[in-house]
Design a protein around this ligand. Structure first.
Ligand code: DAH
Length: 355
């Protein structure tokens, strides 16, 4: 009996001192660990003579509770002291101006869209937008892509209803239709935005970005298209000269249609745009098909023009040396910190697009 009283007295004195959390934990183990002083007393209960046993057990329990309470109080005391110290240190006077800023970064895709918009606005294009959820008519039929046209299969469309009337737009081309339906010619617009196809690997993501271009007026010809794209590529890659080729292609909504490749080479492990004898496909384009103009009540004998569709993610990867498209959409803050852009550095043609 006196044994446990001694333990209690000893440890109560110890616990009254100024202790660190480690020291308290040490005491806790000494008392209540597997072979701790109190734990072993519990194992002794059986060997105590029967008349004393009940009293011993009840005293032991009381002492155990008292010691446990003192330990818990002590821990509480230390923790609240820590919190108070921290609060004292972190006190914020909200009336004072901010001294250290944590500034977010602009995603390379957003940066690229801003750059593209800036470049095209210099030559008179305005920016249009359309919804991500489109109807089948704007996405295909009005763009001269009727039912059963093979181009529909090639788009790996995400349909949103059983009747295949509502879908996630597979390209930004439906914004051509929306723009021409709501206004009268001439039209000179670009339409950047998200597009969707059921496709995913290192160079394809189910959600990606395109920018559509449309220029309709009297007397617009393929020379204008070529001049416009040549200007754009040079400005975008910030180079004086660019090698560019138009390759015949097919899109239902343009006639003739072409795909545009730009020349590049790998120099010291780095991609150099505008030189070399390698070709990289970057966009599709053509003269808007008369059927498309008819569908939006524009008279093709009076008005004609060109359209183009550029993959934005691809351009961003090329310009900023990013190898894996999927990293764009991982939402990894470290990646964004590395590849992102200063939000106050808005790209403009005269100040430089990306510095
Ligand atoms: N919409 C096409 C695609 O996603 C790209 C395109 C090609 C757009 C030619 C155009 C165009 O406006 O004229 O594959």
């Amino acid at each position: 009996m006196s044994d446990i009283k001694n333990i209690k007295n000893d440890y109560s004195t110890k616990l009254n001192k100024n202790l660190s959390l480690e020291e308290i934990n040490q005491i806790k183990t000494e008392l209540f660990g597997k072979n701790g002083l109190i734990s072993s007393q519990f194992k002794n209960i059986g060997s105590i003579p029967e008349i004393d046993r009940k009293k011993f057990a009840s005293d032991l329990n009381q002492i155990k509770n008292e010691l446990q309470n003192s330990i818990a109080n002590k821990i509480n005391e230390i923790e609240s002291k820590k919190i108070n110290e921290k609060l004292e240190k972190e006190k914020i006077d909200v009336t004072l101006p901010e001294r250290s800023f944590v500034r977010g970064k602009i995603h390379p895709v957003s940066q690229t869209i801003d750059e593209i918009s800036s470049i095209f606005s210099e030559i008179g294009f305005s920016v249009e937008e359309g919804p991500d959820i489109e109807n089948e008519y704007n996405n295909f039929t009005a763009l001269n892509t009727p039912d059963n046209h093979p181009a529909r299969d090639m788009h790996d469309t995400f349909y949103l209803d059983e009747n295949k009337e509502i879908l996630l737009r597979t390209h930004t081309s439906p914004v051509q239709i929306r723009t021409m339906l709501k206004d009268k010619p001439p039209f000179k617009i670009i339409a950047p935005g998200r597009t969707y196809r059921s496709d995913s690997d290192q160079t394809h993501a189910p959600m990606f970005h395109q920018v559509e271009g449309l220029h309709i007026d009297k007397d617009i010809n393929m020379g204008h298209l070529k001049g416009c794209l040549n200007y754009f590529i040079k400005e975008f890659f910030e180079v004086e000269k660019i090698k560019m080729r138009f390759r015949p292609s097919h899109f239902p909504f343009t006639e003739p249609s072409a795909e545009v490749d730009i020349g590049y080479e790998i120099k010291d492990g780095k991609l150099v745009i505008g030189e070399g004898d390698q070709w990289l496909e970057i966009l599709g384009c053509g003269m808007v098909h008369p059927n498309v103009l008819k569908n939006v009540k524009v008279d093709p004998s009076k008005y004609q023009g060109y359209a183009f569709g550029i993959g934005i993610d691809r351009l961003a990867m090329l310009k900023y040396g990013i190898n894996d498209l999927r990293a764009f959409f991982d939402c990894d803050y470290r990646w964004l910190n590395h590849f992102g852009f200063d939000p106050l550095d808005v790209p403009t043609n005269y100040r430089g697009l990306s510095r």
